[in-house]
Structure formats: structure tokens, C-alpha cells
Design a protein around this ligand. Structure first.
Ligand SMILES: *Cc1c(COP(=O)(O)O)cnc(C)c1O
Length: 241
């Protein structure tokens, strides 16, 4: 098996397991409360545990606590951490959630179950080519830059409808929905509403929005997937560990 045995004498690992299990239970309860208060079924919301920069052992701790869907925003880091875990946890799902370079599309298509950051024609081309070579196509979300921030990935709002229509024409049902990351310095709710409305317009079921600071607001606004990192794993190391 690929699971590295845990040394029996590392009390620290055990307590890290416990912390993650506890934090996961808290986040799940908050998701359920937010869903119920919005008249929604908690089981309609998928928790994507964002494990970027955290070591593989913490992913394993989350898996042991029953968390199966993970988000990573660097393909190389995801490729180092995840494929070897699938044998033991066949229900594991890996979402690539970060801005994706075209030259990483092949590896993303190879390892991911969902790519949440489709945002330009060249990336569509690269993903289509990779899917032909690999013989699999992950589910795809179009990332919309709802705040039209210059530095941020995502399709500009005014181009989004045309881009989504073209993506659906090309990839069909593999285009499952939309994703956004609102500007950090603004009330996220108007951005969440924009994304939910846009998804509805295109008949798309997956709405990925909300992070540790605002996932409850995202659920009230219609999120089906929330991407939560620090509320589960604690503060992030500044680079992969
Ligand atoms: C890091 C990251 C998250 C999780 O952020 P937290 O604030 O730690 O919950 C969610 N989405 C994306 C795209 C990220 O890069």
C-alpha cells in the first residue's frame, strides 16, 4: 500500500488527526445549519477541503475523518500528493481549483476529477488535446472573474455568457458549472448572486463559491460546492510542505 505507516510514538500526528476531524465536524455542522436556514438540503452541498501547501499526512487525516473531496491549486503538488491515495480511498475526488497554465493541462486532465478554472480558449484547446491523449475528461467549471480584477484568473463578466456557451458546445455535459473567487475587500454576496444567476441562465448545476471566511453566505446565495481550507487544516504553510 502507499499509505506510509505512522510511527507509533508520534503523539503529535495523532493530535493533528484529531484537530482535523474536529474542525471537519464543525465545518460540516456550519454547512448544514446554513443550508437549513436557507431552506436547502445540506446533502446538496459538497465540501471541497482545500489542502494546498499542507502535507499529505494531513490529507490522510481528513480522509480518515471521512472527507473525500479535496481541492488543490497547483497541479504538481496535487500530482505528488493524491494519485497514490486512490487505491486505499477509491471515493477520493480531486478538484484543481487554481489558475491553470496551459502547459499543466495534460497533468491536470490525468489526475483531476474536476477542473474548476476553465477561463480561456487556449486552455480549452489544451484540455481537449489532453483529454484525447489521456482518454478521460474531468468535469469542468468555468471560472468567472466576478470582480473583474486584472490580476485574477477567470473570464471577464461581460465575456462569460459567450464563453460558457462555447464551452458547453465543445465539451457538452462535462461542463458542470461555474466557480468564482470574489474580491477580498468586498461583500461577497453580490458576487455569489451574480454567479448563481449566470449558472441558472445556462442550466448548470454546480456553483462553486465560498471559502473559510464566507462559505455560509455562499450557501445562502446558492453554492453547491464550498472550497474550505484554513477552517479545516488551520493556517497554511507559505509553500508546499
Ligand atoms: C486557497 C483557496 C481556497 C481556500 O481558502 P481558505 O480561505 O483557506 O478557506 C479556496 N479556493 C481557492 C481557489 C483557493 O485558492
Amino acid at each position: 500500500m502507499h499509505d506510509t505507516p505512522m510511527p507509533a510514538d508520534t503523539a503529535q500526528d495523532v493530535s493533528a488527526d484529531h484537530d482535523i476531524a474536529t474542525a471537519l465536524a464543525t465545518v460540516r455542522a456550519r454547512i448544514a445549519n446554513a443550508a437549513r436556514s436557507a431552506g436547502r438540503d445540506p446533502s446538496d452541498i459538497t465540501l471541497v477541503a482545500v489542502s494546498k501547501f499542507h502535507p499529505r499526512a494531513r490529507v490522510v487525516a481528513a480522509l480518515r475523518a471521512g472527507q473525500m473531496t479535496f481541492g488543490e491549486n497547483r497541479v504538481q503538488e496535487a500530482a505528488d500528493k493524491f494519485p497514490s491515495l486512490r487505491a486505499q480511498w477509491p471515493d477520493l475526488r480531486l478538484n484543481i481549483i487554481g489558475g491553470l497554465q496551459t502547459n499543466k493541462a495534460y497533468d491536470a486532465v490525468r489526475i483531476a476529477d474536476m477542473i474548476e478554472s476553465l477561463d480561456r480558449a487556449t486552455l480549452c484547446d489544451a484540455i481537449a488535446r489532453a483529454a484525447d491523449r489521456v482518454g478521460r475528461l474531468p468535469r469542468l467549471l468555468v471560472q468567472v472573474n466576478t470582480g473583474d480584477e486584472t490580476q485574477k484568473s477567470g473570464v471577464a463578466v461581460e465575456e462569460a455568457d459567450a464563453f460558457i456557451t462555447a464551452a458547453i458546445a465543445r465539451f457538452g455535459d462535462a461542463v458542470a458549472g461555474l466557480m468564482c473567487i470574489p474580491p477580498v475587500d468586498q461583500d461577497p454576496t453580490p458576487h455569489f448572486r451574480t454567479l448563481a444567476t449566470m449558472a441558472g441562465r445556462h442550466g448548470l448545476g454546480v456553483i462553486s463559491m465560498g471559502m473559510s471566511a464566507d462559505f455560509e453566505q455562499a450557501i445562502v446565495a446558492g453554492a453547491t460546492h464550498v472550497r474550505v481550507g484554513s477552517a479545516i487544516f488551520g493556517p497554511r504553510p507559505t509553500r508546499p510542505t
